[in-house]
Design a protein around this ligand. Structure first.
Ligand code: FE2
Ligand code: FE2
Length: 304
């Protein structure tokens, strides 16, 4: 199976980047499924049922969230009725929603998706290791399900890497989210699980983790209560990770970051015009996307 996991979509800019590119990515990358973290899709804070509907209609098969899951209060009443929106598994018992979802692909393959939150710098959540252990006891990769994806919504890379090794050999992909900054450590762990500490956000990178940089700077530099931060509205970069799984075992065969820089960044690169810092990354990212396609024929085990 080929699965694309899209990092935290932030605000309108992030939503538009995903909606505009989803169909093209699905066909160009021959995707069986697209999973999107939508915890910041509604103005940076949570997700509404109608925005979730837009992302699902555009091509997302399942949406994960995170610590911001219930920032938009209308989701509290709606989440039990929408199995395509997950919230972290390790929230208090009785919390509405679910932390596990399933995608049945067009080819009839079964993809299981789980999400947990970390605890370091995050909050007093239940133990994510135990929550995952309990859920994975019910499923067998390559047996009851064809692929398993785990969204690790956490701040600390140490906690994420420990969870990655804890899951190695039992799931197809462990994809970190929440920090909104992509890491360069996409790899296949010794047991065959693909891992990346953070996929990065899908939002405007001329910002502070997707939010307006002036407002954020004021907050960092003052002890007075600041205004509610707004998402940055410039062109967004779509950040995702692509994993290809073995049809028999469900373990990872290849993993590659996918970064789509849109609109004027991409146009400037094509036309050779000067750009803001980021030109070399734009060109390299496009090259990596192209190599991800080429690697299907090369036998490369991973591409980073
Ligand atoms: Fe986020
Ligand atoms: Fe988060």
């Amino acid at each position: 199976m080929r699965i694309l996991y899209v990092g935290d979509v932030v605000g309108r800019a992030g939503r538009e980047a995903f909606i505009r590119r989803a169909a093209e990515l699905r066909s160009r990358l021959s995707l069986d499924a697209i999973v999107v973290n939508g915890e910041n899709a509604a103005g940076g804070y949570g997700i509404t049922p109608s925005i979730a509907g837009e992302l699902l209609a555009a091509g997302a098969d399942l949406l994960t969230t995170g610590n911001h899951v219930f920032d938009q209060k209308e989701l509290i009443a709606a989440i039990d009725g929408e199995p395509r929106i997950l919230r972290p598994l390790n929230m208090a018992p009785g919390t509405p929603g679910r932390g596990v979802g399933e995608v049945r692909t067009a080819r009839g393959r079964r993809l299981l998706v789980l999400q947990v939150m970390g605890r370091l710098f995050m909050g007093l959540w239940d133990d994510p290791f135990r929550a995952l252990e309990a859920e994975l006891a019910r499923h067998r990769l390559g047996g009851t399900v064809d692929a398993i994806l785990v969204d690790l919504h956490a701040e600390a890379t140490s906690e994420k890497m420990a969870l990655g090794h804890f899951l190695d050999g039992r799931v197809s992909l462990v994809a970190g989210t929440h920090t909104h900054v992509p890491t360069a450590d996409a790899q296949i762990l010794p047991g065959g699980t693909a891992y990346i500490s953070d996929v990065g956000m899908t939002g405007d990178y001329d910002s502070v983790i997707g939010m307006d940089k002036e407002g954020s700077l004021l907050r960092w530099r003052s002890d007075l209560p600041g205004k509610r931060l707004e998402p940055a509205g410039g062109e967004a970069t779509l950040c995702a990770v692509l994993v290809e799984t073995d049809e028999r075992t469900g373990l990872a065969r290849r993993v590659a970051p996918v970064r789509r820089l849109i609109q004027w960044w991409a146009e400037a690169a094509l036309e050779g015009r000067p750009m803001r810092p980021g030109l070399s990354e734009a060109a390299l990212s496009q090259r990596v996307c192209d190599l991800a396609l080429v690697s299907a024929d090369t036998g490369l085990r991973q591409l980073v």
